[in-house]
Design a protein around this ligand. Structure first.
Ligand code: BGC
Length: 456
């Protein structure tokens, strides 16, 4: 049952990726029917992150009130409705509206699905199970790109958008058979219902009493949890807030979604005129993202967060600068080098900047403000996602691809400095130890340095 639950909840990630990626492959066909100005194009693409921003803001309160499962069912219905609406539009403003609805569903689900998985997973494999969400995002992106070659011909953009309804309905159907989170049930319905849910989630005959006791204790302490955003500004929490929001700011300003949303346009600007080459190169990008995320899942607990982040920021900066040079001085670098650089950029992202902000955000906030802290970090994620996706076509027109990529590269270099100065090494350190360190008011970044005299 547990793995079924993770698979179903991960469909939310798949839809996240699909709705992000599909716009890139649908755009060349869409503009044949609806010519787009740069402004409308930016707004239509950015409607998803904008809707998701609204979703992230309301998700916390909704899940507390209605439960994880029911909120996800609502999101699943919105996924299906949004997909059908996007397929049936008669004017471009309707597409903007449909993508806003899809964004709302994504934003709500992007907070609720990982929470649902985390609350139902046994402690020992929680990290790995939650990570499947990011993997599902990258899988959804690849799936959307594959649609670009599977379905061709004028007007087929409607099928591309409409197909998102299938996983949406599967998501809804799957949720019908799933139990509510035992933690939410414990909080709102009592121990008996929580026990019934947990029994379904664990192996038949497994002893669940100890786990139930633990959940009950955790629920008691979270009853005192804060819902005031102002509490995030208290001196000992602020460093965590800066790291959480800062990492998502850097993740988005590294330009990742300019590439994910506009990959074919980028290849065109980089000199690849052939539409077939553009689509194939775009699929390659999606595959590199997907496969490197698997590698990241294996390395995160071995190499640690800081080395991976520095490696990723440097890798993205160097690749972006090389592409900028190739665009500025045509003929200097062979064409295939541009593709290799873009692949290196994606791989550097996927191995660090992709999953790590999610991992670090779930580790650094003290328990009392973990919910609202993660909420604020998500707002930073979607807010800057919107800014980048909206601004990218305008930037392309004003300063060109090279100028835009240089801008992103500068942010990535700033990311190296931010990591060294602010981001703590949380690998192998318990959440309680991190919280205790915050209370000492020593800089959060010093967490990696074991205090003198302390033994392991
Ligand atoms: C980011 C998304 C991005 C995706 C690409 C995620 O970590 O939050 O904005 O599209 O990675 O794989």
């Amino acid at each position: 049952m547990l793995y079924f639950l993770v698979a179903i909840a991960a469909i939310a990630g798949l839809l996240f990726g699909y709705d992000e990626g599909i716009i890139g492959v649908a755009r060349p066909l869409l503009v044949k029917d609806y010519p787009l100005s740069q402004f409308v194009d930016g707004f239509m693409s950015a409607a998803v992150p904008l809707g998701a921003l609204a979703g992230a803001i309301i998700a916390g309160r909704l899940t507390e009130r209605f439960g994880r499962r029911r909120v996800l069912m609502g999101a699943a219905a919105l996924f299906a409705i949004g997909a059908l609406a996007a397929a049936a539009i008669g004017a471009i403003w309707q597409l903007v509206l449909a993508r806003l609805v899809l964004g709302l569903a994504i934003g709500v689900a992007a907070v609720t699905a990982p929470l649902y998985i985390a609350e139902t997973a046994p402690l020992s494999i929680r990290g790995a199970l939650v990570s499947t969400y990011q993997l599902a995002i990258t899988f959804g992106i690849v799936a959307s790109y594959l649609m670009g070659i599977a379905i061709t011909g004028d007007g087929t953009w409607r099928s591309m958008f409409g197909l998102g309804c299938v996983p949406g309905l599967l998501f809804l159907l799957g949720l019908i058979f799933l139990p509510e989170s035992p933690r939410w049930l414990m909080m709102h319905r009592g121990r008996t219902e929580a026990a019934a849910s947990l029994r379904r989630l664990r192996k038949a005959g497994a002893a669940i009493e100890a786990e139930l006791d633990e959940i009950e204790a955790a629920v008691r302490s979270s009853a005192k949890a804060s819902t005031h955003v102002s509490d995030l500004m208290t001196p000992y929490v602020k460093p965590a807030l800066i790291v959480g929001m800062g990492l998502f700011f850097l993740q988005q300003l590294s330009g990742i979604n300019a590439v994910i949303y506009y990959a074919p346009v980028i290849f065109e600007h980089a000199g690849f005129g052939n539409a077939q080459t553009q689509v194939l190169a775009t699929i390659g990008i999606g595959m590199v993202n997907f496969l490197t995320t698997i590698l990241a899942m294996l390395l995160i607990d071995r190499w640690g967060r800081r080395p991976l982040l520095v490696f990723g920021f440097l890798g993205t900066a160097i690749s972006l600068l090389l592409i900028a040079v190739a665009v500025l001085v045509p003929g200097l670098l062979p064409e295939w080098m541009v593709i290799v650089c873009l692949a290196a950029y994606i791989a550097s992202f996927a191995i660090s900047l992709g999953p790590l902000p999610f991992v670090v955000m779930s580790e650094i906030f003290p328990l009392r403000v973990r919910g609202i802290g993660m909420g604020m970090a998500s707002v930073s994620n979607w807010g800057f996602n919107f800014v980048v996706v909206f601004a990218f076509p305008l930037l392309l027109e004003s300063i060109g691809l090279a100028g835009t990529f240089i801008l992103f590269a500068v942010v990535c270099l700033a990311g190296v400095a931010f990591t060294l100065v602010r981001v703590p090494e949380t690998n192998g350190i318990s959440l309680e130890q991190i919280e205790a360190h915050l209370q000492t008011s020593r800089p959060l970044v010093e967490l990696s340095a074991r205090p003198r005299g302390e033994t392991v």
